[in-house]
Ligand binder design. Structure first.
Ligand SMILES: Nc1ncnc2c1ncn2[C@@H]1O[C@H](COP(=O)(O)OP(=O)(O)OP(=O)(O)O)[C@@H](O)[C@H]1O
Ligand SMILES: [Mg+2]
Length: 313
């Protein structure tokens, strides 16, 4: 079973309307709400691929209840931990031209809730083959929260895939997560270099078992103990890239669980994430496109001494 941890779960609300007027009142044509947060999105992808997965993290209040109802409706196994605060909402306002996203900060977590959650997480680790730690930290948690959760996983012999940014990512690297998956901006922000290969090498040297940088339409760049590779999608595909990174994380978690060789893991990660871009709904993937893309993605080993080979043509 792959355990996903979403410490700052959310109720994702999408408003659709033909054209937004930011200075006036607007009638919304369609409202969709669903459970959100990066770990939950990863579990959705894993479940759609037919793999056992359990969702944990922190939820509370009416929005927390709505998150849990949606997980039950989707058949996702829910082991979320209740807190007193109110789960955040994220609001996406989509019209024919633009998407605007508003992210609430999330509930303040008390230190006793954090201690109790860690005991709950410890029990779940008994059943897990891989843990995915994904997304932002809610207020009240220490910046090294992911470092602590990685140490707990390692005490049970469970490897970790981490998708975080900023201080939460930096504090976690010395705990040696098996894989970290920053996107290009997240990698540049924590390493102070715009060169993804140099940035990935820095995080790898600082303790990450492997760094898989996701570079949007430029695919993936992986810096691992076994070698350095890039995975190139067949060009820039049109669609909605929101959640494509979560599909990369889902594929990497499966690769870790099955101990697949890196080129195979990267092939699946690039094909699945490109198929996610092609699906109309954020965070879902087009299963037929995934199959087709497996024969279209190119995997190339890079000589780290010749950085000109690092980006897809
Ligand atoms: N337009 C595209 N065409 C083909 N593949 C794409 C495109 N956009 C993204 N991808 C694939 O999806 C992967 C993840 O995308 P990206 O780097 O944008 O992740 P992200 O910023 O972490 O996304 P999110 O956090 O919203 O899930 C890329 O590495 C690439 O393989
Ligand atoms: Mg991301």
């Amino acid at each position: 079973m792959i355990l996903t941890v979403t410490l700052n779960a959310a109720l994702d609300i999408t408003y659709r309307l033909p054209e937004i007027d930011w200075d006036g009142s607007n009638r919304v044509r369609e409202v969709v709400q669903q459970a959100g947060g990066k770990g939950i999105n990863v579990s959705r992808v894993l479940a759609a691929l037919g793999h056992a997965t359990v969702v944990t993290g922190l939820t509370g209040g009416d929005c927390g209840r709505a998150v849990r109802t949606d997980l039950a409706t989707c058949g996702l196994r829910d082991a979320l931990f209740e807190v007193d605060g109110e789960t955040r909402r994220t609001v996406a306002v989509v019209d024919h031209r633009t998407t605007t996203i508003l992210l609430e900060p999330g509930p303040a977590i008390t230190s006793s809730e954090w201690i109790s959650f860690r005991a709950h997480y410890d029990c779940l680790l008994l059943l897990a083959s891989v843990v995915v730690l994904s997304g932002s930290l809610p207020p009240g948690l220490p910046p090294d929260a992911y470092r602590i959760l990685i140490h707990q996983a390692h005490a049970h012999g469970v490897p970790v895939v981490l998708d975080a940014d900023g201080p939460a990512l930096l504090h976690a690297i010395p705990a040696r997560p098996a894989v970290v998956k920053p996107n290009a901006k997240e990698l540049a922000d924590v390493t102070a270099t715009r060169d993804p290969l140099a940035g990935a090498q820095l995080l790898h040297a600082a303790g990450a078992g492997a760094v898989v940088a996701s570079l949007g339409p430029n695919g993936l760049l992986a810096c691992t103990q076994k070698g350095t590779w890039r995975a190139c999608p067949p060009g820039e595909l049109p669609g909605n890239p929101t959640g494509a990174g979560d599909s990369v994380v889902a594929a990497l978690a499966l690769g870790l669980a099955s101990e697949a060789p890196w080129p195979e893991q990267l092939l699946h990660a690039a094909a699945l994430s490109a198929a996610t871009v092609l699906a109309p709904q954020a965070g879902r993937f087009d299963a037929d496109a995934y199959d087709r893309l497996l024969s279209l993605v190119r995997i190339e080993e890079i000589d780290p001494g010749h950085p000109e080979g690092e980006s897809c043509p």
